[in-house]
Design a protein around this ligand. Structure first.
Ligand code: PGA
Length: 251
């Protein structure tokens, strides 16, 4: 299966009804490349609003978390069926802010990924190392461990509904984008790891996107790299330049 470029926005815990109307309205009205799949991750209370704003477009909506149970006594959690019911079709899981601020382990993230996929949500699986881990020469080992936890839990065919977002923690929200070469090295490594631990077909077809201070300025050079299939964009997804980033992505 041929890959298609993919660009996601991650609003994180930002926005109001009025700013979301403005930002997503701008995106919905923009001329977006047909070669790029576009997904926007908004906070739970705005999923239905965001979904209604993209109704007549090819833009899809993502939640930023989901629990591992269908329903029940889990105060404060949100289920995959509620997310689907709100009109979203994707969920971002394993984001470094969830792993580091909320102490989500790779096993818990993998459990969430498996449950979301079983329940027909598509998944953006975030992986990435901290600055200390990179400096200790452990970047690849950390990413391998995060991927291995998911590989253990899902069928090879499930990877058709997963986009891997490589987001080095030291580059998120810091203005420090990885150099295209540093990013490509890890992306190529991930593809090799997927070939060795899942299969060659999945390795070729799975989308691996880069995240970490991507802007309209840094996106073009990153896009040139063979194994960078698009972006997961935080801060810049709240700005009009997100449209430019979408239209820059290519395989
Ligand atoms: P950033 O965030 O683009 O603001 O660095 C990326 C992300 O956390 O997904």
């Amino acid at each position: 299966m041929a890959r298609r470029a993919w660009v996601g926005g991650n609003f994180k815990m930002n926005g109001t009804s009025s700013s979301i109307k403005e930002i997503i309205g701008h995106l919905a009205a923009a001329k977006l490349s047909n070669d790029v799949e576009v997904v926007v991750g908004v906070p739970f209370p705005y999923l239905a609003l965001a979904s209604s704003l993209v109704e007549k477009t090819n833009v899809a909506i993502a939640a930023q978390n989901a629990y591992t149970k269908g329903s029940g006594a889990f105060t404060g959690e949100v289920s995959t069926s509620m997310i689907l019911d709100s009109g979203a079709s994707w969920v971002i899981l394993g984001h470094s802010e969830r792993r580091h601020i909320f102490h989500e382990t790779s096993e818990f993230v993998a459990e969430k990924v498996a449950f979301a996929l079983e329940n027909k949500l598509k998944v953006v699986l975030c992986v990435g190392e901290t600055k200390e881990e990179r400096e200790a020469g452990r970047a690849e080992a950390v990413v391998d461990g995060q991927l291995a936890a998911v590989i253990k839990r899902v069928d090879p065919s499930a990877w058709a509904n997963i986009v891997i977002a490589y987001e080095p923690v030291w580059a998120i929200g810091t203005g420090l984008t990885a150099t295209p070469k540093d990013a490509e090295d890890i992306h190529a490594h991930i593809r090799k790891f997927m070939s060795e631990h899942v299969n060659a077909e999945v390795s070729k077809s799975v989308r691996i996107v880069y995240g970490g201070s991507v802007t309209a300025k840094t996106a073009p050079e990153l896009s040139e790299e063979a194994d960078i299939d698009g972006f997961l964009v935080g801060g810049a997804s709240l700005k009009p330049e997100f449209v430019e980033i979408v239209n820059t992505a290519k395989l």
